[in-house]
Design a protein around this ligand. Structure first.
Ligand code: NAP
Ligand code: HSE
Length: 429
């Protein structure tokens, strides 16, 4: 490496993303000194099991002992890619307390402990960067924190989970049922062995919490985010959506209005002409609305070894530049407001409701009066299929308060003329 200075870094984790980051830094070996004026050298890699076979990694760098990293004063950057809450939280806190800068892709940790980690980084004048924690390779954290910093952002909405977008794409394009599409997603390595966090919307919910905190300058945690997954979506719902010239997407939605922040993840019917409707397979996209920029959309791969590694490596380069310029800790927590987060009951949506009802006079009037009595205004009613003595009704409401809609459901659920409430979905407004 001749006379070019070296900045030493350690990887915590050498799995999908850790391995990707190691490889990207190797690929950038020639370019790095020209871009940064230094080499970034990985001098230690923490893993659970040193004995595991790992392609392309220098096994001499592996360690199972965190102290070898935390107590090495020459290591300036710690790159946490283990995942989970503990020991990741403790290791990041100890690294920051030792004056080391940290890069992490750990959305689970940031969505619950973001404030603690960022406060600790500030106390020690360190950088804590996490571009990869939301939407993998898509730049969204830095754009929100820096490029769009002069906006009053009112909405951040997007497809931020690749596994579920892949499943919904297969259900839409290949008319698959949920379980078959999930099995295919697992076969292709998109869905994890336990896909709960993806299909129940928890993974997307954590990303919404992180994005909302940054976009609205006020802390939102995972507990503040309402989550509903895609496990109840059927091929029949997808077919209905198609007839309405819509598609079903799992959306993460964060809005900042005069009465507070709302943050949620739910499957939603969106018009086919909406830009998010054409985001297919495992791709992610985030749509931002600011008072100055108007609408902006970010699209790309939300997961995977190299796309996620790209975001992590970008953060490493940014920290190196800050170290070189003596400006680390320059941009920490930006949550200087304390806005309230609304409960799901106080949010407003349009709803799509599919019902199996008795096919006789008065049924439609009965349903309409329940909605009317509960302040729910109906926008459209479709009666389509007949199954024996039953008719299928689809009702689309105007924009109504969620608690009013839920009150209506309680009454509808008790009516003998209604045999089944098959589907409830929100509709893009
Ligand atoms: P992974 O493939 O499961 O790799 C985890 C790595 O961490 C493994 O090398 C494992 O060691 C090591 N590790 C786990 N617990 C450890 C412990 N207690 N002590 C020491 N080492 C430990 O995970 P991944 O998919 O790379 O994900 C890493 C992080 O990136 C997570 O926070 C994830 O949410 C985030 N992320 C992932 C993606 C993606 O596409 N995969 C996208 C965005 C964000 P062994 O190898 O010895 O088991
Ligand atoms: N499991 C996530 C997804 C990738 O399917 O998008 C990691 O954030």
């Amino acid at each position: 490496m001749g006379d070019i200075p070296v900045i030493k870094a350690a990887l915590l984790g050498a799995g999908t993303v850790g391995g990707g980051v190691y490889e990207i830094l190797k690929r950038q070996k020639e370019e790095m000194p020209k871009k940064l004026g230094v080499f970034v050298e990985i001098t230690k890699i923490l893993v659970r099991d040193k004995g595991k076979k790992r392609e392309g990694l220098d096994s001499a760098l592996l360690t199972e002992d965190w102290k070898e990293i935390s107590e090495d004063p020459k290591i300036q950057i710690v790159i946490e890619l283990m995942g989970g809450i503990e020991p990741a939280r403790t290791y990041i806190l100890e690294a920051l307390q030792a004056g080391k800068h940290v890069v992490t892709a750990n959305k689970d940790l940031l969505a619950d402990y973001g404030r603690e980690l960022l406060d600790t980084a500030r106390e020690h004048g360190c950088d804590l960067m996490f571009e990869a924690a939301v939407a993998g390779g898509i730049p969204i954290i830095r754009p929100l924190k820096q490029c769009l910093a002069a906006n009053y952002i009112t909405e951040v909405m997007g497809i931020v989970n690749g596994t579920t977008n892949y499943i919904l794409t297969r259900m839409t394009q290949d008319k698959m049922e949920f379980s078959d599409a999930l099995a295919l997603a697992a076969e292709l390595g998109y869905a994890e062995a336990d896909p709960t966090a993806d299909v129940e919307g928890y993974d997307a919910g954590r990303k919404v919490a992180i994005m909302a905190s940054i976009a609205f300058n006020s802390r939102v945690t995972f507990a503040d985010v309402f989550t509903e997954g895609i496990t109840k979506i059927t091929a029949a719902d997808i077919a209905y959506a198609d007839e309405l010239n819509m598609v079903i997407k799992l959306l993460g939605v964060a809005k900042n209005g005069e009465d507070g922040i709302e943050a949620g993840v739910y499957p939603m019917l969106i018009p086919k002409e909406h830009p998010l409707a054409s985001v297919q397979d495992a791709f992610n996209a985030v749509f931002v609305h600011g008072d100055a920029v108007d609408d902006a959309m970010f699209l790309g791969r939300g997961a995977g070894r190299f796309p996620t590694g790209s975001a992590v490596a970008g953060d490493i380069f940014e920290i190196v530049r800050n170290i070189q310029a003596g400006s680390t800790g320059r941009l920490g927590c930006t949550c200087y407001k304390n806005l309230c987060v609304k409960s799901a009951d106080e949010t407003s949506h349009r709803y799509f409701l599919r019902l199996q009802v008795e096919d006789r006079p008065g049924v439609l009037a009965g349903i309409a009066s329940v909605f009317g009595n509960n302040n729910v205004s109906i926008a459209q009613v479709i009666q389509k299929n007949k199954r024996g003595e039953l008719a299928e009704l689809a009702v689309i409401t105007e924009q109504v308060l969620e608690r009013h809609f839920k009150d209506s459901l309680l009454v509808l659920g008790e009516m003998s003329m209604i045999k089944e409430i098959s589907t409830i979905l929100r509709v893009y407004a």
